[in-house]
Write a protein that binds this ligand. Structure first.
Ligand SMILES: [Zn+2]
Length: 288
């Protein structure tokens, strides 16, 4: 796949009515979502607003990827769409203005009934067998949903492959510096998409870690523990023990969830201090 004039000619295109103005700057992030539904065409039409014959006037995206791998583009990539809501990632506030939104058709969490069945967000019931027929599921807790263990339908192989093809094309065409989930950027703490069944690491690997080492990051937690190794069992490095919010750092290496970092000054120069921090609490400094 390739991108010509902010469109992917290989896939279906129809323009959503729910769009912001054309953007002057190219997108720098990709936000991944699920649709909270099973019906791809219905989600596509909903996100197209009046152009899709629906009453939706408040949400959209750039791409919808169905479970069978068919994708629909519903906005050019140089237009702002409405998928991220109140959101923050590192120094970026309000991701709609800077990102491309991709929606994967998936129901999201289903609640256990206690009788071997699961109920989706619309109250529809599924058995273990019926979920397996739809491609299988993963059981995982999620604090944002509640205290139970929920069923998360798997994203079929064809759907993930199409999604990765699209992300590869976007990486080749735009200066994308982050591939993020809706959950991690949502500042209200509501969103759970694309959820634990989504292979986010495979998408992040597409962006590679090569430029990770070049660019500047910032600390997003209020106080972030700086440790002697990649895990909670390692002692804090004292002084300073913690790095304060918005401290500029450079990532020297990664190990699973952990990042080996060194603080840098405003000129990007490294000091002597080095240590490990949890990768969830750092983000690219987009002003670098
Ligand atoms: Zn979302």
């Amino acid at each position: 796949m390739r991108i010509i004039n902010h469109k992917i000619p290989d896939i279906w295109y129809g323009r959503s009515s729910n769009l912001g103005a054309a953007r002057e700057r190219p997108p720098v992030a990709i936000v991944l979502h699920y649709t909270t539904g099973w019906n791809g065409k219905a989600s596509r039409d909903w996100l197209m607003g009046s152009a899709g014959g629906t009453t939706n006037r408040s949400s959209s995206a750039h791409i919808v990827v169905d479970r069978d791998g068919v994708a629909w583009q519903i906005a050019e990539f140089n237009r702002t769409t409405w998928h991220a809501g109140p959101s923050r990632y590192g120094a970026l506030e309000g991701l709609n203005g800077f990102s491309i939104g991709i929606e994967f058709v998936n129901s999201g969490w289903l609640k256990p009934t206690g009788h071997g069945e699961f109920v989706d967000a619309f109250g529809k019931r599924f058995t273990d067998r019926s979920l397996k027929k739809l491609g299988g599921y993963l059981l995982a807790p999620h604090a944002r949903v509640g205290s139970a263990t929920y069923a998360w339908p798997v994203f079929p192989k064809a759907q993930i492959e199409t999604g990765m093809d699209i992300v590869r094309a976007l990486l080749a065409a735009y200066p994308i510096r982050a591939i993020v989930t809706h959950e991690e950027i949502d500042t209200r703490g509501w969103k759970t998409d694309p959820g634990p069944a989504f292979p986010i690491e495979r998408f992040r690997e597409l962006a590679g870690e090569a430029d990770d080492r070049e660019r500047c990051h910032i600390v997003t937690a209020g106080r972030l523990n700086l440790r002697g190794g990649p895990g909670l069992a390692f002692e804090k490095i004292i002084p300073p023990g913690t790095l304060l919010k918005d401290t500029r750092i450079k990532v020297l290496a990664r190990e699973k969830e952990w990042a080996f970092v060194t603080p840098v000054n405003s000129a990007g120069l490294e000091g002597n201090l080095r240590g490990w921090v949890h990768g969830r609490y750092i983000a690219p400094a987009f002003d670098a």
